[in-house]
Design a protein. Structure first.
Length: 60
């Protein structure tokens, strides 16, 4: 559904967990890379929403 690797982060001391997608690149120091990083983040957010929206709507 998502089309990539996601990380499940259990938060044992909380009543929640986290699903994360790490967008790796060279880091944030090179401003010239920011547009590429932003594009990857936007793409991941769109795919994330599409993959999980139907499941979230089914929650009580």
């Amino acid at each position: 559904d998502f089309g990539g690797e996601l990380e499940w982060q259990r938060l044992d001391d909380k009543r929640a967990s986290r699903i994360a997608k790490t967008v790796t690149n060279k880091g944030l120091k090179d401003i010239d890379d920011w547009p590429s990083i932003q594009d990857k983040m936007i793409d991941a957010m769109i795919r994330f929403e599409k993959a999980l929206a139907k499941h979230i709507r089914q929650l009580p």
